[in-house]
Design a protein around this ligand. Sequence first.
Ligand SMILES: [Zn+2]
Length: 431
Amino acid sequence: MDDRSTLKTRLAAAIAARRGAMLATLKAVVEARSFSGHEEAAQAVMRRELEAAGFAIESIPVFPTAMTGNPLYSPVVKELHGCHNLLARMTAAGSQGRSLMVSGHVDVVPTGPEALWQTPPFATRTEDGWFYGRGAGDMKGGLVAALTGIRALADLGLQPAGPLWFNTVVEEECTGNGALATVEHLKQHGIRIDAMLDPEPFGESIMSGQVGTVWAQYILTGRPAHAMEAQKGLNPIEAAMHVWRRLKEVEARWNPPHALHPLFGGHPHPLNFNLGKIAGGEWASSVPTTCRVDFRFGIYPGRDPAEAKREVEAAIRAAVAELPEPPRCEVGYEGFHAPGCVVDLDAAPMRLLAACHTEVNGSPPPSYAATGTTDVRLFQLGAGIASTCYGPRAQRIHALDECVEIASMERVALVYALFIAGWCGVEAAAP
Ligand SMILES: [Zn+2]
């Protein structure tokens, strides 16, 4: 056996020996329920685990008002605004090798009705090799897997020969302002990062790029009336349904076969307009006063979100204007203002990542063009860092009975350990 093959075998054994500890960490961090805006408990678990792995940790506050001038800033969703990131640097790492940052988010999305889960979303469980819980897949399983790979290197008496950073951020699921705060910190302090990997749960594929994402709202105000004389009123919920049908026509125009993008090749529908939330009305026997629709739309990489917003807003206003009596209409933007981006799979870190995947799995990784956004855009567009996503297999993220595959986490841990050995280099740890 050559050295590399020996290293792989020894790392795999170290990771297998860590399976219990890996799952205990995953359980602790998933059960620390951390909806966007409320990430403190999960960050406390990550702080403990990162310190145990030999990282020195700095808290990076996320102050939106300080970032509004950054073109990658997204307008805050007030009730979803988070607190601070953890920016951790491995103290024992050498300085001769290339640097790597592993970055991922600790916030999770709402559970939906808990009664519809087979078991409650934060009462974690393992079944048939899958670990269940909100956030297990998206994306605490990936964070814990990457950290397990790092710890396995230490188990073998090895330390990275270049700077190794581990960044856990808040507020990825609604704005990305968490990762943006880290990017601004790196720039302010002149910290150079040579590659960034984000262990999002994309099934051990290498992400080749991602769409842009925008959150928007329209709020219609009608005229309330008693239902028995509804003709005297103006129903904003019915108006909102009409506006939404017009927006679905915009969606159809933006997607294949009318609009194509090389990154998405044969994908039939990369750009989704999603009506995510609707609120309005008082009760069944009154014509409602207001209706608010929160929706999300995708845009192709290369398109300016501000320009896309103008097209969408014009469609909303045109749809309102064609109603027999137009309700008052306000359009707002809270949440993602995110351009898309494309990953250069020929860049050195992506080639090495593919080689490490092949070494572990016996065949090259698929590439994956994401129809949602990730923090990769902030590191790539905001700091020029070669960045991609590589993480474990998960099922039903953002849905019911979310879970992550434990064997996949172990393979991902091994790929991360081999990647660090190849990218940063490794050296014997000081005794
Ligand atoms: Zn995610």
